[in-house]
Ligand binder design. Structure first.
Ligand code: E4P
Length: 218
C-alpha cells in the first residue's frame, strides 16, 4: 500500500520524505489555511520534494471555475493530481481533466455508489473519508471494503485512497481491506513503527552488548 502525507506543511513533508517512504501528498483548503502561506507556492515546493502524486484541491464549486483552477495547478508540476469534490460539476471536471491525461483525486466520498460514479468519470484516486464516517457512528473501514468489492467486480482502475485517517489502526485496517493508498497526518506516520516490544528488545540488545563489551570492528 502507498503512504501519502496528509498535510500542506512543507517543513513536515521535508522531514518525513527524507525517510524515502512517502509516496505522495494530499492537501486541502483547510490544511492550506493552517500554513498561512500562499497555496500555489506551497504546492510548488511540495512537488519538488515528493516525486509521487501531490493533490491540489480546487476552491471553485462550478465546472468552469474548477477547470480554470486546475489549469493553474497543472502548470506547477507533472505530479499534480487535481482534487475535485464529489458533486456533478466535480465529476464533469474530473471527466474533462482525466480525458486530457491529468490525474484527478475525487474527494469527500462517503458511499460506494459515489465511488462508482467517480471511477466512471475517470478518477485516478477516490478519497473515502473513513474517520468522518466513524464519527457518524458508521463503519469507515466497511466503506473501504465495499468500494474494493465494487471496483473489483467491474475492474475499475481508480485507486482507493483512504482519507481522514486518525490512527495506526485505520492504516492497518485500510491495508487489510484492500485500499491502494492511505493518506495520513505526520503524527500517524511517525507512529507507524511504534511497538513496545521493539523498544524493549532494542534496550536489551544495547544493555547486553555494553555489559559484554561487544564491539563491531571494521
Ligand atoms: C484528504 O485528502 C482529506 O482532505 C483529509 O484526509 C481529511 O481529513 P479530516 O477528516 O481529518 O479533515
Amino acid at each position: 500500500m502507498k503512504i501519502f502525507l496528509d498535510t500542506a506543511d512543507v517543513a513536515e513533508i521535508r522531514e518525513y520524505a527524507a525517510s524515502g517512504l512517502v509516496d505522495g501528498v494530499t492537501t486541502n483548503p483547510s490544511l492550506a489555511a493552517k500554513t498561512g502561506r500562499d497555496y500555489v507556492e506551497s504546492l510548488r515546493e511540495i512537488c519538488s520534494i515528493v516525486p509521487g502524486a501531490v493533490s491540489a484541491e480546487v476552491l471553485a464549486m462550478d465546472y468552469d471555475g474548477m477547470i480554470q483552477q486546475a489549469a493553474i495547478f497543472t502548470k506547477i508540476a507533472k505530479n499534480i493530481a487535481v482534487k475535485v469534490p464529489l458533486t456533478w460539476p466535480g465529476l464533469k471536471a474530473c471527466k474533462t481533466l482525466s480525458d486530457q491525461g491529468t490525474m484527478v483525486n475525487v474527494t469527500l466520498c462517503f458511499s460506494p455508489v459515489q465511488a462508482m460514479m467517480a471511477a466512471k468519470a475517470g478518477a485516478s484516486f477516490i478519497s473515502p473519508f473513513i474517520g468522518r464516517v466513524d464519527d457518524m457512528g458508521e463503519d469507515g473501514i466497511g466503506l473501504i471494503h465495499d468500494i474494493r468489492t465494487l471496483y473489483d467486480n467491474y475492474n475499475f482502475k481508480t485507486e482507493i485512497l483512504a482519507a481522514s485517517v486518525r490512527h495506526v489502526q485505520h492504516v492497518r485496517e485500510s491495508a487489510l481491506a484492500g485500499a491502494d493508498v492511505a493518506t495520513i497526518p505526520a503524527s500517524v506516520f511517525k507512529a507507524l513503527l511504534n511497538h513496545p516490544l521493539t523498544d524493549k528488545g532494542l534496550a536489551a540488545f544495547e544493555a547486553d552488548a555494553k555489559k559484554a563489551g561487544v564491539v563491531i570492528k571494521g
